[in-house]
Design a protein around this ligand. Structure first.
Ligand SMILES: NC(=O)c1ccc[n+]([C@@H]2O[C@H](COP(=O)([O-])OP(=O)(O)OC[C@H]3O[C@@H](n4cnc5c(N)ncnc54)[C@H](O)[C@@H]3O)[C@@H](O)[C@H]2O)c1
Length: 464
C-alpha cells in the first residue's frame, strides 16, 4: 500500500515538471488510485441533528464578524444584532432560537431561560459568566461556554511594558514632558537584564510572562500552590516569602479566592527587597492597597503598577475617586505608580480569539455534543465518528444526576452495538454521550421515545 509519505515523496521526486495545479491533479490521481492510502488520516464525519429543523442562532452585542461568519459557514441561520437585549426583548424572541451569543450586558435570567423552549447552548463571548444564571441554565440542560484564557498573552505583554516603565521611571518622565518639563535622569533607572522577576501564580499568564521575561535576560522565579514544570530556566520556589525576598520585581497572577484576598499585605510587603517593584494585573482584592501606599511612601518599594481594583467604575468616564475606594487619591499622588483601568486583556487580538474560541465551543456542542470547557456542565467528549463509520449515530443525553439512569438508557441501547460511551456528572446534572452503530430511521423514533421518556431526561439529541 502506498503511504501518504510515499505519495508526497513521489510528487516531490520531479518538482520541476509539476506546476502548482498539476501537483494537485497529481495528488488527486494518486488519491483515486489508492484512496486506502489516506485512510489512516481519520476524517471526522460532520454530524447534524437528525431532526430536520434548521438551527437558529441569536447573536447579540456586536460579537466579532468572524464568529458570525464561522456560524454561517456551518449552515446555521444567524440573526446578528449590535446591541444587548433587555429581558423583555429576550422573553419575546428567545423561544425561536437554539443558541444565543452574548457579551456581558445581556442578562440571561431564570425567567428568560424558562421561555427558551428550544435553547441548547449559551456562548458568552467574554471572560466572565456572571450575566448568566448558571444554575438555572444547567438545570435546563444548557451548557454555557466562555473564553477565560484568550487574553493571557495580552496581559503578559502589558506586564513586560510595566517592568520597563517602572524600572526606567519613564511614565513619570513622559508625564513631566507633557507638562513642558525636561528632567533627564539616570539615577535609580535600571535595565531588566540580570534582574529577578518573581511570578506569583504560574498559570496561563504567569507561564507566558516567564518566557518573555527570560528573553529580556531576567532570572525568573515563581511561586504556585501546585508543583509545575518550569518553562525555560525559570525556577519554582517553595514559599511566597522566599520569592518576595529574592525578587527585584514581583508580579501577581493568581485568582481571587478566600485565601488570596489581601495575600500581599503589610507583612509580605516588608519581606520584599528594598527598592523592589510590585505589579498587580490579577484581581483587585489580592493586594491590601493601604499597606502598599505605606510601603511606597516610606520608599521601601520603588514603584508599582496596578490594573485591577477592589471597586472599579461601572462605565468609561465615571470617576475613580475616594468615594469608590477610600485610598484612591493617596495612591494617585505617589510617584512611579502606574494606574491603568483594567486593560490587561483589552486588545483586538484577545477579542478576536474570544470570538474564535467561543464560536468553536458552541459549534462543537451543536454538531458533536462536546461539552469540553463548559463552565456549568460536566465535561464530556467522544472520539469523532469517522467518515468510514458513517452508519453510526451519536446520542447526547442530558439528564438529572440520579440513580438508575444509566441502567434505563443502556437497557434502551442494548439491541445495538454501542461503539463508545462516556458519562459524567456535575452537581445535579449528568451528561451521557454514546455512539451506536446500525440504527435505522425507524429505530430513531423508538429510541428517542424510550430515552426521552425516562424520569431523569432533560434534553436528548441525536446526531448523525
Ligand atoms: N487585568 C486583566 O485584564 C486580566 C485579564 C485576564 C486575567 N486576569 C486575572 O489574572 C489572574 C491569573 O489569570 P490566569 O489566566 O493566569 O489564571 P490561571 O488559572 O491560569 O493561573 C492561576 C495560577 O495561580 C495559582 N494559584 C492559585 N492560588 C494560589 C495561591 N494561593 N498561591 C499561589 N498560586 C496560586 C494556580 O495554581 C494557577 O497556576 C486571574 O485572577 C485573572 O482573573 C486579569
Amino acid at each position: 500500500m502506498t503511504s501518504p509519505v510515499n505519495i508526497i515523496s513521489s510528487v516531490a521526486a520531479s518538482p520541476s515538471s509539476l506546476t502548482s495545479s498539476s501537483i494537485h491533479d497529481h495528488i488527486r490521481i494518486l488519491r483515486r488510485k489508492d484512496s486506502a492510502a489516506l485512510d489512516y488520516i481519520r476524517q471526522p464525519k460532520i454530524l447534524h441533528p437528525i431532526e430536520n429543523e434548521d438551527l437558529r442562532l441569536l447573536i447579540l452585542e456586536n460579537i466579532s464578524q468572524e464568529a458570525v461568519r464561522a456560524f454561517r459557514a456551518q449552515g446555521y441561520h444567524v440573526d446578528h444584532y449590535t446591541k444587548a437585549f433587555s429581558e423583555e426583548e429576550l422573553l419575546e424572541k428567545i423561544g425561536q432560537y437554539h443558541a444565543i451569543g452574548i457579551r456581558s450586558k445581556t442578562k440571561i435570567t431564570k425567567r428568560v431561560l424558562s421561555a427558551a423552549s428550544k435553547l441548547l447552548v449559551i456562548g458568552c463571548f467574554c471572560i466572565g459568566t456572571n450575566q448568566v444564571d448558571l444554575k438555572a441554565a444547567s438545570q435546563a440542560g444548557i451548557p454555557v461556554f466562555n473564553s477565560p484564557f484568550s487574553n493571557s498573552r495580552s496581559v503578559a505583554e502589558l506586564v513586560m511594558s510595566e517592568l520597563v516603565a517602572l524600572s526606567r521611571q519613564y511614565f513619570e518622565r513622559a508625564w513631566e514632558m507633557r507638562n513642558g518639563v525636561w528632567n533627564k535622569q539616570s539615577k535609580n533607572c535600571w535595565e531588566l537584564r540580570g534582574k529577578t522577576l518573581g511570578i506569583v501564580g504560574y498559570g496561563h499568564i504567569g507561564s507566558q510572562l516567564s518566557v518573555l521575561a527570560e528573553a529580556f535576560g531576567m532570572r525568573v522565579l515563581f511561586y504556585d500552590v501546585i508543583n509545575l514544570m518550569p518553562l525555560g530556566s525559570a525556577r519554582q520556589v517553595e514559599s511566597l516569602e522566599s520569592l518576595l525576598s529574592q525578587s527585584d520585581f514581583v508580579t501577581l497572577h493568581i485568582p481571587e479566592l478566600p485565601e488570596t484576598i489581601n495575600m500581599i499585605s503589610k507583612k509580605e510587603l516588608s519581606q520584599m527587597k528594598k527598592g523592589a517593584y510590585l505589579i498587580n494585573n490579577a484581581r483587585g482584592r489580592v493586594v491590601d492597597i493601604p499597606a502598599l501606599v505605606d510601603a511606597l511612601k516610606s520608599k521601601h518599594l520603588a514603584g508599582a503598577a496596578i490594573d485591577v481594583f477592589p471597586f472599579e467604575p461601572a462605565a468609561n468616564g465615571d470617576a475613580f475617586d475616594d468615594q469608590l475606594n477610600s485610598w484612591s487619591s493617596q495612591l494617585r499622588s505617589i510617584p512611579n505608580v502606574i494606574l491603568t483601568p483594567h486593560i490587561g486583556g483589552s486588545t483586538e487580538e484577545a477579542q478576536r480569539m474570544i470570538g474564535e474560541e467561543v464560536s468553536q465551543a458552541v459549534t462543537r456542542y451543536l454538531n458533536y455534543g462536546s461539552t469540553l470547557s463548559a463552565v456549568n456542565f460536566p465535561e464530556v467528549d467522544l472520539r469523532a465518528i469517522t467518515n468510514a463509520e458513517g452508519n453510526q449515530v451519536r446520542i447526547c443525553h442530558v439528564h438529572k444526576n440520579q440513580p438508575g439512569v444509566l441502567r434505563q438508557v443502556n437497557d434502551a441501547l442494548s439491541p445495538y452495538n454501542v461503539e463508545k460511551q462516556y458519562s459524567d456528572s456535575k452537581g445535579e446534572i449528568a451528561y451521557l454521550l454514546a455512539d451506536i452503530a446500525d440504527v435505522s430511521p425507524a429505530d430513531f423514533s423508538r429510541l428517542r421515545e424510550r430515552i426521552s421518556g425516562t424520569d431523569a431526561n432533560i434534553i436528548t439529541r441525536f446526531l448523525a
